[in-house]
Design a binder for this molecule. Structure first.
Ligand SMILES: [Zn+2]
Ligand SMILES: [Zn+2]
Length: 238
């Protein structure tokens, strides 16, 4: 932890413009969203995406193989910046498990760039995937909330803070079958009672899109509040 504090301190005072947020190497310019060119070039960007889940597809396909089969979701579509591998995965893990809170700014920059390039609908609110209070105490922050606020600064879209609560831990689901997992996940999240979201357009921020199950549960809660359109935006797609 001490190293993290030192690193953050020196980065904020002297280093932000000159060192890579991932490897700490020297960074000669600002063209790579706080990364050096080498780390940036390691990222597998999703340029051609499945129209439902945002996964990488080749130029002839509208949907990925998963969505062709049973890709029925409660949200409209998802944008994902990169595949979960190499440096992209390192960034996600360091932010989530390594205490490197400042990385939210780097991921949000990538997400805002992509979002502003390709997205045309008008979003009323940004929200984010919550974690339990217990997890928040351990980690000191919720990484998706950090990302949402950094993203908000770059896009001027308002964050709906604490719209969702996570009331049950879902990390250890290994002993449950698929139906039990879905039920467990569904019971884990609630939306605040007085949320005024009728006919609004909402964007859900998460770090990684894996099966879409979490985003699906949150989208379902939003639908019940009368939300008109629901989009997702993540840094990675598994
Ligand atoms: Zn680097
Ligand atoms: Zn898909």
């Amino acid at each position: 932890m001490e190293n993290n504090i030192k690193e953050k301190f020196s980065r904020e005072l002297f280093g932000e413009a000159f060192t890579c947020f991932n490897c700490n190497d020297e960074r000669v310019d600002n063209n790579y969203n706080y990364l050096c060119k080498k780390c940036f070039d390691n990222i597998t960007f999703i340029t051609r995406a499945c129209e439902r889940c945002g996964d990488k597809v080749n130029e002839f396909n509208r949907y990925c193989d998963n969505c062709k089969e049973d890709g029925v979701y409660n949200f409209d579509s998802v944008i994902c910046v990169a595949k979960l591998d190499g440096v992209a995965r390192e960034l996600v893990y360091k932010l989530k498990f390594g205490g490197k809170r400042f990385l939210a700014k780097c991921l949000a920059k990538f997400m805002a760039k992509r979002f502003l390039e390709i997205f045309s609908d008008k979003v009323d609110y940004i929200c984010y995937v919550p974690i339990t209070n217990k997890r928040r105490k351990e980690r000191g922050y919720n990484q998706t909330e950090e990302m949402a606020f950094e993203f908000s600064k770059l896009t001027n879209i308002k964050v709906y803070k604490n719209l969702f609560l996570k009331i049950k831990d879902t990390t250890d689901q290994t002993r449950l079958n698929r139906d039990e997992r879905n039920k467990n996940l569904k019971d884990a999240f609630v939306i605040i009672d007085n949320a005024k979201l009728k006919n609004k357009v909402v964007l859900i921020i998460d770090d990684v899109f894996t099966t879409g199950a979490t985003m699906n549960v949150l989208a379902n809660l939003l639908r019940k509040k009368g939300v008109k359109r629901i989009y997702g935006l993540t840094f990675c797609h598994a």
